[in-house]
Design a protein around this ligand. Structure first.
Ligand SMILES: N[C@@H](CCC(=O)N[C@@H](CS)C(=O)NCC(=O)O)C(=O)O
Length: 217
């Protein structure tokens, strides 16, 4: 049995949310970079562990495999409540946390699953990219709805309470529709992302995963 967690991930991907959560737990963890789009021994290993070929895929210290970022976050919270990934039991903001955690995972994340690689879903179609043309505006609507639910005063999505929602925001603001769109339409989300990137425990990780993040002085 190992005493560390092993994360299979790819730079800037959803696995960065789990990498940030692991950093906050303080648990020892290792990292294996996998380009999930390219055939390679690393991808074969990923497929063996997770038949969906998706990251994050996490190997627990006892060898069990976990997938699904939200499930991983909830598990890490159970093992490391000091990381404050989830509001404490009985907290007034717990319902909002659960609602928007599932909203990101069940509504927003799948728009990338289907939009990232339209040829996979519309093989032998003339213009598979048209799938992303219709998903893109829907994704924007979802982000606007999510951002309207963010606390007006901050500093975090839930207000004074930090949570893993802030980690999702910090990573996903770098994805389509892009930082410029978020800056224009969801400035409070970009502000949250900036605060996460500046956390002493997370800055080096975000600097390694996203070009625009400067290292702390
Ligand atoms: N529901 C999964 C989604 C994971 C996911 O879609 N990850 C992307 C990278 S950000 C991926 O691996 N895509 C490859 C694919 O779906 O084939 C989660 O929350 O962990």
């Amino acid at each position: 049995m190992r005493d560390t967690y092993t994360l299979l991930g790819c730079r800037g991907c959803g696995s960065t949310i789990v990498a940030a959560a692991l950093e906050l737990t303080g648990f020892p963890w290792g990292y294996e970079e996998v380009d999930y789009e390219v055939d390679s021994p690393e991808r074969d290993r990923l497929l063996e562990l997770n038949p969906l070929g998706q990251v994050p895929t996490l190997i627990l210290p006892n060898g069990e495999v976990m997938t699904e970022s939200a499930a991983i976050i909830l598990l890490l919270h159970d093992r490391a409540p000091h990381a404050e990934l989830v509001p404490h039991s009985g907290s007034a903001v717990l319902p909002r946390f659960l609602r928007w955690l599932l909203f990101i995972n069940a509504e927003i994340y799948p728009t990338f699953t289907y939009g990232d690689n339209p040829e996979k879903w519309l093989p032998k179609t003339r213009n598979p990219e048209r799938l992303e043309e219709s998903i893109g505006p829907y994704r924007q609507q979802l982000w606007l709805q999510f951002s309207a639910a963010a606390s007006d005063v901050g500093p975090w999505f839930l207000g004074k309470t930090f949570s893993a929602l802030d980690l999702y925001v910090a990573v996903m603001c770098n994805w389509r529709p892009g930082r410029r769109w978020f800056q224009q339409h969801c400035p409070q989300l970009i502000a949250i992302a900036g605060r996460v990137e500046q956390l002493a425990q997370l800055n080096a990780l975000f600097h390694a995963h996203f070009d625009h993040v400067a290292p702390l002085e």
